[in-house]
Design a protein. Structure first.
Length: 121
């Protein structure tokens, strides 16, 4: 059976994925709704440990998440992407998620507690 996913290289990324995609674990230390955006859009402040520091991310999720319950949760994010302006906020990292069977966002997180700033390998 053939794999349905095409495995073409992204231009300029030949070689080991770890050389160009830096995914780290961090702990959400603050979360607030972003008023001038669609519903369930939150601004997260994420601590990636002493070597990387605190970064912000704007995420659009769903009813599954409320800001108060995101605080203290670890998430995974790509930290070496260009900042993006979302409304009046600057999103410095790309918080990772996947769609569930209904197409709603499920945030990616470590299965167990890991050090903040831990790198995916």
């Amino acid at each position: 059976m053939r794999d349905p996913v095409e495995h073409a290289a992204v231009p300029g990324t030949e070689g080991n994925t770890r050389d160009w995609l830096d995914i780290r674990a961090g702990t959400v230390v603050d979360a607030h709704p972003v008023r001038e955006t669609p519903p369930h859009t939150f601004r997260l402040t994420i601590d990636f440990g002493p070597h990387i520091g605190v970064r912000s991310s704007v995420v659009r999720v769903n009813h599954r998440y409320v800001p108060a319950r995101l605080v203290g949760r670890q998430i995974c994010a790509v930290i070496n992407v260009p900042p993006r302006q979302v409304g009046s906020f600057r999103s410095e990292v790309l918080t990772l998620g996947m769609p569930d069977s209904n197409g709603e966002a499920v945030l990616i997180r470590p299965d167990g507690r890991v050090p903040d700033g831990g790198r995916l390998f």
